[in-house]
Unconditional design. Structure first.
Length: 84
């Protein structure tokens, strides 16, 4: 069991998302938090030296970006993009 958590930054980032997208993000973010510091191996890096990572959503209908705040033991979701 991991002591890591996850959250949106800004905190209201997820409030306007469709419910099925929010549910998928919550499921994936919970799994990332369970992985803890190993979650930095998941997704595609923004750049080779970047800590920002991309993860696909809804069978290619979008993605979200997250980073690991090791000192807080938190997965921080900083961007969500969904195409119609």
């Amino acid at each position: 069991m991991s002591d890591w958590t996850w959250g949106f930054e800004p905190p209201d980032l997820g409030t306007t998302l469709p419910s099925e997208i929010l549910a998928e993000i919550e499921r994936i973010a919970t799994e990332l938090a369970y992985m803890g510091h190993d979650a930095d191996q998941v997704g595609k890096p923004h750049r080779p030296s970047s800590t920002l990572r991309y993860f696909p959503l809804a069978n290619g209908r979008g993605f979200f970006c997250f980073m690991l705040a090791h000192h807080l033991q938190e997965i921080v979701i900083v961007q969500v993009t969904v195409w119609k």
